[in-house]
Design a protein around this ligand. Sequence first.
Ligand code: DLL
Length: 434
Amino acid sequence: MYYNEEIETMSREELHRLQSERLVRIVKYTYDNVEFYRKRMDEHHVAPSDIKSVDDISKLPFMTKQDLRDYYPYGTFAAPAESIVRFHASSGTTGKPIVAGYTQNDLDCWSEGVARCLTAYGLSHKDIIQVSYGYGLFTGGLGAHDGAHRIGAATLPTSSGNTSKQIMLMKDLGSTALCCTPSYALFLAESLENDPDTDISRDIKLKVGVFGAEPWTENMRKELESKLRIKAYDIYGLTEVSGPGVGGECECQDGTHLWEDMFYPEIIDPVSLQPVPHGNRGELVFTTLLKEGMPVIRYRTRDLTYLDYSRCKCGRTMVRMGKILGRSDDMLIVRGVNVFPSTVESVIMEFPEFNGQYFITVDRVNSTDTFDVDVELRPELYNGNMSGILKLKDALTWRMVSVLGIKPAVHIAEPGSIERSMGKAKHVMDKRKF
Ligand code: DLL
């Protein structure tokens, strides 16, 4: 099922035409209304009239998170203040948040993106969609909410946290879909398993999980699907571009369709800043083709992935993005080796003995990096069988060595001892002082 069949299945030629028309318009709009863009384009000796189609996009300068910080709070807004109807913000690890402002049209485009995703997951007005992403400045809660509303589903806006109440309402009202981060879904699943009054197959009506906001692996998908007896779908997005629903998977689950009629994607080499050949991994860059409040042009997301332009069996013609490996700024360099937390997760999840909870600590002792991985066993296996635990620890250590190229100190942690997250999980602590 499609939410907007005409757009989702339009021919690539038609899409190219639509994107080009929209790009020409947005470039002129930002040049005319935002000093930041005017200055940047002038510095790069490019004028709006140089942009005739999306084939000219590489003439335009890039934009970074730092630009958004430097021009905080209103410096990259293009619409007059009175037409902004909502703000959201994403808090980075340091400094000022990134603030985004939306006009009513922006909110309508955003909810259409989410509605396309929810429809692709098989959801409709017949569903009860429990939104356990946080409501507030974070785009997850209200973004999923507006999309659910748009398809006419009944929305259960529980927001994040208060897990026992979430479970009670999920059971009593019969939620059929759950929207939250994969790490919170794992915590909810564990809580359901540990609840003596709940039999998941009897009491829980969930059929679909709408998971995103953080990298998660195929092995984590399997774990969540089997624990919650659902089909788990990926939803992607970021505040700077709109929020959740910049793209989502379809029933084929073979990549995340990006809604290219609204968000033009590119993949560049983060060092040379040149486009990479189709299919190669690099940094994802977006240009918003319709946004009025705070458009972004060639915005460097830092997310590392690849794009697949081959046709999907579902009939959608929109490009598919591979799973996000991580953000270039989340990558750890440990003893000179590049380590992505998502790769560590994927190795841990190869072992059915672990429950998916882990924590990585990196430090520097006597000028040498230390790399510790704490990982929880499933409760039923944490039974004092020391030789079994030691064997498992060894097996995980050597598997990490072969995949990561670096040897971690693995610690088998007591079930429940690693802090659970209600939103985006924090899996890493880097204590090194650079
Ligand atoms: O996380 C928007 C969102 C909410 C997406 C709910 C999906 C569901 P930010 O807080 O601005 O916005 O964080 C954006 O989160 O650049 C990625 O690094 C990461 N991210 C988002 N979705 C995914 C995903 C929201 N499906 C940043 N897989 C992005 C991997 C994701 N990483």
